[in-house]
Write a protein that binds this ligand. Structure first.
Ligand SMILES: [Zn+2]
Length: 328
């Protein structure tokens, strides 16, 4: 009997649209990238930086040049600037920048950032399950809206709640930071940062934001905007998993990212179960298995003979059978 050779299949969810982002003509800040931080991802982000980017951040309350930070941090901070530049103060949509591809735009729902918290399982709050960035970005220790991401007027007065897409702004900034840090580590040596923890952690918070939208904004959830949001979610989650995998042998703490995902897979809390059910029902068992490693038998372990037959195409969604054969 012929041996059954395992085949690697990547489950592709329909991609979001990428809008071309042209580099600006005039810039406020022209400091060059130091040679030991100059990698292609950071260069792309830098060249697409917001025209009014000042290149300044505060370290321990003191003004510092962004270029004094590590490559991943520079990429992360510049990405935030690009996002707000692309949004141009719009309350209708959020924009996320993908180096080399362009901007993904997602319409804002009525759901606020503070509505996300109840959907995030306690054991997944923070990369180590001890609060961490959950408290910084989603909900503080007292159950209130954290300062990060809250709109301010005159640097002081809060003006309402951040939108549920705010964690996505962080998420995509972490993904870009991770990609840049990974290139920097390969090119220039150890980066001594934990850049491979943010992308997976925020893929869970972003999922929480979608669950909140589905529950609290039914009109949005039944519109094309939600389908668009799902495409963006699937894309950025795949990017998060890819960068995590690519960084396994580095100092960027892929181990912590992997442990976080493993905690999610093993968790049996009510919230974790609800989250898992949500992923499978929205993205299908095959995509979930391929991406998160639960929900169905991972396709990579299947053999040619047990490959499923594509279902009949019934409607525009999910557009087409989402399988594409990868390298055998
Ligand atoms: Zn940030």
């Amino acid at each position: 009997m012929a041996s059954k050779r395992p085949i690697a299949i990547e489950v592709i969810y329909p991609e979001p649209e990428f809008e071309v982002v042209e580099p600006a003509q005039e810039f406020t800040w022209r400091e060059t990238i130091p040679e030991n931080k100059d990698v292609p991802i950071l260069r792309d982000i830098y060249e697409h930086r917001a025209p009014k980017e000042a290149g300044i951040l505060f370290v321990n309350g003191k003004k510092a040049s962004m270029m004094s930070e590590d490559t991943g941090t520079v990429a992360h901070e510049l990405t935030h600037g690009i996002h707000s530049y692309l949004e141009k103060g719009s309350s209708d949509f959020a924009a996320f920048y993908v180096p080399g591809k362009g901007a993904v735009k997602v319409q804002k729902s009525l759901v606020r950032r503070i509505d996300i918290a109840p959907f995030i399982p306690k054991e997944l709050r923070g990369i180590d399950g001890d609060g961490g960035r959950f408290h910084t970005y989603i909900q503080d220790k007292h159950g209130r809206e954290p300062e990060a991401g809250t709109p301010f007027i005159d640097g002081k007065k809060q003006v309402g709640s951040a939108n549920a897409l705010y964690p996505w702004d962080e998420w995509v900034s972490y993904i870009n930071g991770a990609k840049a840090a990974l290139q920097a580590e390969k090119e220039f040596g150890k980066q001594n940062s934990d850049y491979l923890t943010g992308p997976v952690e925020f893929s869970i918070y972003a999922l929480g934001s979608m669950m909140a939208v589905k529950k609290l904004d039914p009109k949005y959830a039944s519109s094309d905007a939600f389908l668009n949001m799902k495409k963006a979610y699937a894309y950025f989650t795949r990017e998060s998993m890819r960068v995590l995998k690519a960084g396994r042998e580095t100092s960027l703490r892929a181990d912590k990212g992997e442990a976080y995902l493993e905690r999610f897979r093993k968790s049996n809390s009510t919230e974790a179960r609800a989250m898992k059910d949500f992923i499978v029902s929205e993205f299908g068992a095959e995509w979930t298995a391929h991406t998160f490693g639960f929900g169905a038998r991972p396709l990579a372990n299947r053999t040619e003979e047990s490959k499923p037959t594509p279902p009949e195409r019934k409607s525009l969604w999910p557009f087409s059978w989402p399988f594409r054969s990868g390298t055998p």
